[in-house]
Structure formats: C-alpha cells, structure tokens
Design a protein around this ligand. Sequence first.
Ligand SMILES: NC(=O)c1ccc[n+]([C@@H]2O[C@H](COP(=O)([O-])OP(=O)(O)OC[C@H]3O[C@@H](n4cnc5c(N)ncnc54)[C@H](OP(=O)(O)O)[C@@H]3O)[C@@H](O)[C@H]2O)c1
Length: 403
Amino acid sequence: MKYISGLSSPVFDRPGQRTLAILGSTGSIGTSALKVVAKNTGDLKVVALAGARNVALLARQAETFRPAYLGVLNEAKAEELRALLPGGYAPRILVGQEGYTAMATLPEADLILAAQVGAAGLVPALAAARAGKVLCLANKEALVLAGDLFRRTCRVSGAVILPVDSEHNALFQAYAGHDGRQACRLILTASGGPFRAKSLQEIQAATPAQALKHPNWSMGAKISIDSATMMNKGLEIIEAVHLYGASLDEVDVVVHPQSIVHSLVEYEDGSQLAHLGMPDMEIPIGYCLGYPHRLHIGLERLDLAKIGTLTFEAPDLLRFPCLGLAREALAAGPSHPVVLNAANEIAVQAFLDGRISFPGIARLIEHMLCKHSLTSMHDLEDILDLDAQTRTRSEEAIGKSEW
Ligand SMILES: NC(=O)c1ccc[n+]([C@@H]2O[C@H](COP(=O)([O-])OP(=O)(O)OC[C@H]3O[C@@H](n4cnc5c(N)ncnc54)[C@H](OP(=O)(O)O)[C@@H]3O)[C@@H](O)[C@H]2O)c1
C-alpha cells in the first residue's frame, strides 16, 4: 500500500503564528475550528472567513476574529452582511464561487480549512491544491468527486492535504513514524448512526427528525443523514482510497458504537495501530491546524475506565445498502462516484424536505447508478458537467415516481 500521495513529505512545520482561511466557518466544522483558534491565539490567526447564507453568525464571527476577508454566497447576502458589521471595520467581502476560490488561494493564508458542505466545496478546495497550499480538508465530497485530480494536482503543485475527517485523521496519526509501505489494511470505524440497533421495518419508516439525531457527534444536517444511511462511511471509504493510495479491498469498516476508536492501520506483522479520543471534531481539526505540533484543545479527557466497554460489530449491508453502493461505485470507475455523490446530495435534501422516504435515498442512488454508463473524467469540467446532469436527472426521477 502506498502512503498518502498529497502527504508524501509531510514536512510542513512553520514555527510561529500561522494564518488561516476557513471556508464554511458558519458550519459545524467551521465553528469547532474557531473554538480551536480562540484557545490558541498565539499559534493561529484568522485572515479569512466564508459562510454562505448565515450572515448573522458570520458577522458575529467576524466581529470576534476581525479577518481581512469575508465570503458569502451572493450579492444579496453581501449586502446583508455589510449592514451587520461594526463601524470602523471594513473587510473585503468576496462573493460566490469566484470569491470562495480567491479566498482558497490567498497569499496571506498559510492554511486553508475546506469545510463547506457537499460538491459546492470542490472548486475552492481544488484551487487551494493548485495553489500549492496546505489544505486541511474536511469536505470529503471533494475527494469523492475528484480524488485522482487532487492527487495529480498535489504532485505538481506541492500542496499538502491534512485530513480533518476524524477517521482519516486517525489513520494519519496511526501512520506517523511508521513505514506506510508496510501497512496492509485500513480499518474505518463507524458509529452505526441513530438506526444501528433498529429493525429494517423501523428504518423504513424513519423521519427526518429521527435521522438527524446522531447518538455521538454533533454535525451539519447533510452529514447527519449520511451517517444515518451509512453513506457517510461509503464516502469515507472512497476518501481513504484516494488519500492513502489504498485499493478498495484494503479498506474495511467496523461498527463501533462508542466512537472512541476513530480508525486503525494494520501492518504486515498483524499489529493494528488505533487512534482513540473523545468524539469531538476539535481534536482532529486542532491536529491539522497545529501539525505537527499538538495544540491546546482543553476538552474532557478520555477516561477508559469510566467508559468501561468498547464494542465492535460488522456492518449490516442489508439495512444500510448505501455502504455497498459506495463500494460498487468506486469499483465501477471514475464517473460512478460522481453520480453516487450527486444523487445522494439530491436524495438527502429531498428526504429532509419530506419529498422521499428514508429508504428512498438508497433506492434513488441505486437507480441513478444503474442508469449511468461509464464515462472518462479527464478534468474538472467533466466532473462538474456530470455532477450537474445527475442532479437534474435525480430531480426528474423524484418528480416521476414515489421513492
Ligand atoms: N460536522 C462534522 O462533524 C464533520 C466531520 C467530518 C467531516 N465533515 C465534512 O465537513 C464538511 C462540512 O460539514 P458540516 O457538518 O460542518 O456542514 P454544515 O454544518 O452544514 O456547514 C456547511 C458550511 O458550508 C456552507 N455552505 C452551504 N452551502 C454552501 C454553498 N452552496 N457554497 C458554499 N458554502 C456553502 C455553510 O454556510 P451557511 O451555513 O452560512 O449557509 C456552512 O458554513 C462536509 O463535507 C462534511 O462531510 C463534517
């Protein structure tokens, strides 16, 4: 197994204060990142913050951290934001995809935290990679859509990807100081989500409120539904393959309801090295922002005696078919993961809007994958075209029948 392509020489070690641009600062990852920054002001300084629609929160963040740049989704949101900013503070407000891309490549930023949700995060994250940045990547969809492109880009630009996703961050930590060529298996842990112990019948009747209630993690709506369907773990298998140069059969999933073991690397001699910690995203975010130094996080310490029992079980593909769909999509070729991701994003939103049922999410994705024939994905335009087409077709399919 090869070691991380973008990270082949993880030598980034800039002493002193680092400057940071956060794309998606108003989301769950973004707000956790700002908590880490607030506890480490000697080490980290925010130079740019981007939200999309939640300008009230963005204005509060801006008032506290005073970055020189702010980003929002469109001109109307920029107007709203201007009206909320305190007198005497006049940051540059950048707008839309172009604005986010400019923020992802700012010469003033040492680190770019890509924490926007879904395919919307792809273009700015790729721009950061093209600019040779240190990219702290939370947006897993970017790698699902364009993993090969990221690998090629990082090789040319020298960009470094530091994985924020807790499982991939755990793998990164379990690789540290070891010969990655001797790794033979990556084991991703999964909480199993809110329906882990529910019957197929109960899962079929699941409501958005039930699906949004994750037992261990506090996250945005899209990833919470992905956790309930276990598509999140499917996307993470694809993410791991791209980040670590593993083959599909070298990546396994084990359900671990306590979310204390965040993932494991198995080496040739049978040793498995795990990363353990409290289930709080501040830990992997802080690890990336301070890398290779560990920042002050100040959370409750993990007390294994108090936890007492850690359990593990095999995932159930019958109740959670999305996990199998993600594997099949990756095995089928470079365009299938694009279809998988776009159909999933449309299906998740439709479920949240009450337009399709919970099992309809997997059914719609499977339907879109079955209708798709393999196409080559040479560049970003190919990916964006297929993403857009799949979204349109998925909406049409939702309109035509009951899901
Ligand atoms: N949450 C977690 O614990 C966690 C863990 C691992 C990985 N991740 C990954 O991290 C990413 C963010 O997840 P999250 O849970 O933080 O999501 P979230 O809470 O929904 O936040 C998403 C962020 O993206 C912004 N955004 C929404 N639509 C956008 C668009 N069209 N263009 C640009 N920005 C847009 C939102 O802005 P507004 O709110 O201002 O509209 C918000 O700042 C996802 O890829 C997720 O899979 C999350």
